[in-house]
Design a protein around this ligand. Structure first.
Ligand SMILES: [Zn+2]
Length: 223
């Protein structure tokens, strides 16, 4: 937990000409301590999602205070805290950059709905479920070397070694899992999706319908 968030206090310390006032309450300096532990808007938000305010001690710095608080609360509250500050930081930035206003009711409704959704997802992804036989085909690219690393017993030392070891660890949840290489021709929909993704600099998320070209590639796939 480093104090690297671009609060106005931090920007001012880096000699940037900014007005150092919390945009949520307009009543105090915009520091990370204020935002998390004492901003009335932030405290009101915690209260509206059912979280008690953090007990803080003058003897501890921000990171220590936050860590102490975080370790004291239940797992459910920890998740709520993370979502709350993520939503709060998002709201604060919307005020700073887009002149939007803050509605505590709107933000707390979002936090509770998001938490509920997360909870229901946790129910369906039961880690004890074992899938019998899964074949996973990776699309084209450097995937041949990835597949070789996944199938090898020699520990990988390349830059992607954390991904390889995570994948190997996760694969222990399956009774049988095979990694096989499939060329570009073998997976047109994935290739089409990757092609579309290359057009954008920022990440995109596929929520419901795939784009028409991906749909077409899927329908034209050999059975
Ligand atoms: Zn404030």
């Amino acid at each position: 937990m480093h104090n690297f968030l671009p609060t106005f206090e931090n920007l001012q310390q880096r000699k940037l000409p900014v007005r150092n006032t919390c945009r949520l309450c307009e009543a105090s300096a915009d520091t990370i301590d204020h935002l998390v532990f004492s901003c009335p808007v932030s405290l009101g938000l915690l209260d509206s999602v059912g979280l008690p305010p953090a007990p803080t001690s003058q003897q501890l710095n921000f990171a220590e205070n936050f860590a102490t608080w975080f370790m004291q609360v239940s797992k459910k509250q920890q998740t709520l805290i993370v979502i709350t500050y993520w939503a709060l930081w998002y709201t604060r930035n919307a005020i700073v950059h887009d002149d939007s206003t803050c509605s505590t009711v709107k933000v707390s409704t979002f936090i509770l709905a998001f938490h509920l959704e997360l909870d229901s997802l946790a129910d369906v992804s039961d880690p004890t479920l074992k899938v019998k036989d899964v074949k996973w085909f990776l699309p084209d690219g450097d995937s041949l070397s990835v597949i070789k690393k996944l199938n090898s017993d020699i520990p990988d030392k390349s830059v992607i070694s954390p991904i390889i070891s995570d994948t190997k660890e996760a694969s222990k949840n399956f009774e049988l899992l095979t990694f096989s290489y499939v060329g570009r021709k073998g997976n047109e929909p994935a290739h089409e999706l990757a092609k579309i993704g290359l057009q954008y600099r920022e990440p995109r998320y596929w929520i419901e319908e795939a784009s028409a070209s991906v749909d077409l590639a899927q329908r034209e796939r050999p059975p």
